[in-house]
Design a protein around this ligand. Structure first.
Ligand SMILES: C[C@@]1(CC(=O)O)C2=NC(=C\c3[nH]c(c(CCC(=O)O)c3CC(=O)O)Cc3[nH]c(c(CC(=O)O)c3CCC(=O)O)/C=C3\N/C(=C\2)[C@@H](CCC(=O)O)[C@]3(C)CC(=O)O)/[C@H]1CCC(=O)O
Ligand SMILES: NC(=O)c1ccc[n+]([C@@H]2O[C@H](COP(=O)([O-])OP(=O)(O)OC[C@H]3O[C@@H](n4cnc5c(N)ncnc54)[C@H](O)[C@@H]3O)[C@@H](O)[C@H]2O)c1
Length: 212
């Protein structure tokens, strides 16, 4: 069955990662781009994880000991990535009892959410999932899509976003607004950017055309 891609704001949310090995580190690195507060519980962490912790400015912290059930308190979501499969399964059960979303490294039956292959550029995120059936295929699609997506779209999305209020204030017609945003997007992609002056001119022109 295909999985539905809810896009969730996890900035400032509490994330617990049990384990500090290769998988834990990969998941922490992926998540850090989206601003959660991550706590790693593990008696040992890799040198790469240690570096991430040091450079995170307090967003990634480490409890240097074995996982305890009480670590789940106040957590918004959990990753179980220890080398103890029985413990990972137990963490999944505890999380489900508490209705905390949980991911168990590479064991889909124990996950209430799974990770997509991701392409990120500023506020734009492309997430690819095969519903768990072929992660290598998700990876392949990611590489193909990366080649196809123009560079700098995150900056453009940010720019276009900053004109939304101006367009909403000045243009009543839903139809004209849509036409403005579509033109801005097409021109923005062609030029690599779209300035406020261009946006203002476009609004005037579209309004004049509409009034004809
Ligand atoms: C997206 C990505 C994110 C990440 O994990 O970082 C991810 N797997 C990635 C790659 C990858 N993983 C594996 C291979 C080797 C080839 C292969 O086996 O196919 C490759 C390919 C490669 O490395 O090129 C091994 C593997 N993975 C899972 C199993 C268990 C099983 O299939 O039962 C096994 C076998 C374990 C074993 O060896 O026994 C399961 C899961 N892996 C998922 C995510 C979730 C479903 C995603 C979906 O819907 O497609 C899910 C369900 C759980 C989860 O959320 O972790 C990342 C994309 C990389 C990228 O971004 O480029
Ligand atoms: N690395 C991979 O590509 C891969 C592929 C498939 C499956 N897996 C599975 O994912 C899980 C993690 O893999 P990994 O490669 O990161 O392992 P790893 O050995 O690199 O790391 C395991 C981590 O778990 C910690 N740990 C052990 N017992 C703990 C406890 N009681 N409480 C808290 N932390 C504890 C260890 O200190 C270590 O930091 C394993 O179950 C593994 O079988 C990994």
């Amino acid at each position: 069955m295909a999985y539905f891609p809810f896009f969730v704001d996890i900035e400032g949310k509490g994330c617990l990662i049990a384990g500090g090995g290769t998988v834990a580190c990969r998941k922490a690195l992926t998540l850090m781009d989206y601003g959660p507060d991550i706590i790693v519980v593990s008696p040992q962490v890799t040198s790469e994880m240690e570096r991430l912790i040091k450079e995170s400015g307090g967003k990634l912290t480490w409890r240097c000991r074995e996982f305890e059930e009480s670590d789940l308190e106040n957590m918004d979501f959990v990753i179980a990535a220890t080398s103890d499969e029985g413990l990972n399964r137990q963490i999944s059960i505890w999380c489900r009892e508490r209705k905390i979303p949980v991911n168990v490294a590479d064991i889909q039956e124990e996950c209430s959410f799974i990770f997509p292959a991701l392409i990120k550029d500023g506020g734009i995120t492309v997430g690819i999932s095969t519903g768990g059936s072929a992660p290598a295929l998700a990876h392949y699609l990611k590489e193909k899509l990366k080649e196809a997506i123009p560079k700098g779209l995150g900056g453009l999305a940010n720019q276009l976003g900053s004109y939304r209020e101006m367009v909403r204030e000045r243009v009543n017609s839903h139809h004209v607004r849509r036409s403005i945003f579509r033109t801005m997007t097409e021109e923005g992609i062609r030029q690599g950017k779209y300035t406020r002056e261009q946006a203002e001119e476009l609004i005037e022109r579209k309004l004049a055309e509409h009034e004809k």
